[in-house]
Design a protein around this ligand. Sequence first.
Ligand SMILES: [Zn+2]
Length: 188
Amino acid sequence: MLDVFKSTGALLDGHFRLTSGRHSNTYFQCAKVLQHPEHLSRVCSVIAGHFSGKGIETVISPAIGGIVVGTEVGRQLGVKTIFAERKEGKMTIRRGFTLEPGEHVLVIEDVITTGGSVAEVIELIRESGASLVGVGSVVDRSNGKVRLAEDQFSVLTMEVVSYTPEDCPLCREGVPIDSPGSRHTNRN
Ligand SMILES: [Zn+2]
């Protein structure tokens, strides 16, 4: 699976300026792998396989990043798939989507870094009286530190190390820096 991420350029090793301004030896852009239907299908089959047989009735994802993965996982599980989105900064369920009390819900995200959006979706599930079955993602960049559900599954788990420009060892070594985020409109 790691090879798929590397061969599609989703995961790069080098010296990068992240959109946060920090420097890192790793650049990760999930969309680069998910744009290929065969990879999308394969990555999502790992997630769907983990949650198969666990009584899931609905998949929900935070927009925008989670929608593609959520839709494919939901399709493979054969269940209703919806998404939540931010309106004036607050995560909400719109477009006529609903969650019913007791409904068994799986949250799917592309990349978990701090888990903020997923935590907000979990709060919506609680408010509706539905039941959280688990959280699935393509990549956990927190290396397992962010815990959102008892049943939490990621295809890839990695530690993303970043530095302030002043403390960056790659800068000290004089390694040329790349700013992939500035060339692409996608987040990193
Ligand atoms: Zn640097």
